[in-house]
Design a protein around this ligand. Structure first.
Ligand SMILES: *[C@@H]1O[C@H](CO)[C@@H](O)[C@H](O)[C@H]1NC(C)=O
Ligand SMILES: *[C@@H]1O[C@H](CO)[C@@H](O)[C@H](O)[C@H]1NC(C)=O
Ligand SMILES: *[C@@H]1O[C@H](CO)[C@@H](O)[C@H](O)[C@H]1NC(C)=O
Ligand SMILES: *[C@@H]1O[C@H](CO)[C@@H](O)[C@H](O)[C@H]1NC(C)=O
Ligand SMILES: CC(=O)N[C@H]1CO[C@H](CO)[C@@H](O)[C@@H]1O
Length: 397
């Protein structure tokens, strides 16, 4: 009994002391007054009602984001959906001509033809493959060199085969080179080169061709098809370089750079000539012109399409995320958009010279030792520069 009383006394004392301390602290910090005065009201709501963007690409992306939002995954449960967000009306994987764009893009009729061609097939991500090399990666290469080319560029491809794209063992690493082609359409007044192309393909077995019109705005289609191709035909390649057929690439420098990377660094690798804080050009005459009716905003950081280097795991992540990013008519910007969506960012490497180097350094063999890529170079220049690199007695500082 006595023990219980002592315990009770202790509890009561502790409680009284606690209450006293609380009041003391509350007094000093002003907790007991001014609660009402200090409530701050938000001047605007912390969420905002989604309104449709006037840029057609942005609008498509808003709808895609809505469709892919896991919280809103059960669309049928979302009542009162505004018409423009009604995803059941939009198909993002259709190769039917999408004639809705004619009325939905306000200045459609006055847009340059290439925009009309692009917008009508903006939802088409698949074209049949015409020429494939299903076994080219049977022994998975360390480095896959994928060169964006076009049917008529026979000399560029041959120069690349004889120089920086020489497949096989380079610096004790396995290298495989492929050329990515669409079709040179008769409608674009191309001569019929199909017989020569199939001869070339049989001879070299390095051509990949899909059945779509090879045009500047369709380079994004080439990118998406290539990402698919890597996953089906060459998932074992450790690293992938993708670039144009008018660049010189120092393959040795790439291999040296890759050899020096840590494991974590190489897993997330995406390097090139990175362009930041860029946005669409609004002057009609520029090749990269994009009207406001198509895109509003700034571009995420992206690596210039002349050439960039990335790892197998980044390739897989780009492949997985790409269906969630609406096709954009400029391929390197599109890849930047996909990287950003995947939570990745391209890293700048000063060895990628997509805007060329100063004139006075161009004919100095030593210049090319430390570079990874230079744009542009002719087929003859590629062969010349490669022979410089291959000189064992080249004495550079
Ligand atoms: C989706 O919503 C419908 C209609 O409200 C409901 O019957 C269904 O169970 C929901 N499905 C899931 C997976 O939540
Ligand atoms: C969405 O569009 C479809 C097809 O036009 C229509 O059947 C459906 O009722 C619409 N849903 C909503 C929530 O407006
Ligand atoms: C060449 O590469 C193989 C396998 O990657 C390695 O085992 C070998 O040691 C290398 N040889 C030289 C000379 O570096
Ligand atoms: C892209 O290719 C498809 C299929 O050949 C074609 O219908 C479309 O017009 C092309 N787009 C552009 C912008 O050339
Ligand atoms: C120094 C060097 O890289 N030499 C190479 C030049 O090219 C020939 C033929 O491809 C190679 O056998 C040499 O190893």
């Amino acid at each position: 009994m006595a023990l219980l009383r002592v315990r009770l006394k202790v509890v009561v004392t502790v409680t009284v002391v606690n209450v006293f301390l609380f009041l003391l602290i509350a007094k000093h910090s002003g907790w007991d007054k001014g609660f009402q005065d200090k409530v701050r009201l938000a001047t605007k709501p912390f969420w905002s009602k989604m309104t449709p963007s006037p840029g057609y690409w942005n609008l498509q992306q808003q709808i895609l984001d809505f469709r892919n939002n896991p919280i809103l995954a059960n669309h049928s449960a979302v009542a009162d959906l505004p018409d423009w967000l009604n995803v059941s009306q939009v198909s993002f994987d259709s190769c039917q001509t999408d004639t809705r764009v004619i009325t939905q893009i306000k200045d459609y009729n006055s847009l340059p033809l290439r925009f009309k061609d692009f917008m009508l097939y903006m939802n088409c991500r698949y074209y049949p493959i015409l020429v494939d090399q299903p076994d080219i990666c049977r022994d998975p290469p360390f480095l896959l060199l994928a060169v964006k080319s076009q049917a008529p560029h026979f000399d560029r491809r041959q120069a690349i085969r004889q120089s920086w794209g020489r497949a096989g063992l380079v610096a004790n690493r396995t290298v495989v080179t492929i050329f990515l082609l669409g079709r040179a359409m008769a409608g674009d007044h191309h001569p019929d080169l199909s017989a020569m192309l199939s001869y070339e393909s049989e001879w070299h077995k390095d051509i990949i061709q899909w059945d779509y019109r090879d045009s500047f705005f369709n380079l994004t289609v080439k990118e998406v098809l290539f990402l698919d191709w890597i996953q089906t035909r060459c998932p074992g390649a450790s690293f992938i370089f993708k670039g144009d057929d008018d660049v010189f690439v120092n393959t040795y420098a790439i291999l040296k750079f890759l050899a020096g990377l840590s494991q974590t660094k190489s897993d997330e690798l995406f390097v090139g000539d990175v362009i930041t804080n860029a946005g669409p050009h609004r002057q009609k005459k520029i090749k990269y012109f994009i009207p406001e009716s198509i895109f509003i905003g700034v571009y995420p950081p992206y690596a210039g399409g002349g050439g960039y280097l990335f790892s197998a795991s980044v390739a897989a992540r780009l492949h997985d995320i790409s269906p969630r990013v609406a096709l954009y008519p400029i391929d390197d910007v599109y890849t930047g958009m996909c990287l950003s969506k995947a939570g990745l960012a391209p890293e700048n490497h000063k060895g990628f010279k997509t805007f060329n180097i100063e004139e006075r350094y161009r004919s100095n063999p030593c210049t090319y030792k430390g570079l990874i890529l230079v744009h542009p170079r002719t087929p003859q220049e590629m062969i010349q520069i490669w022979s410089w690199l291959n000189q064992s007695d080249l004495n550079c500082q």
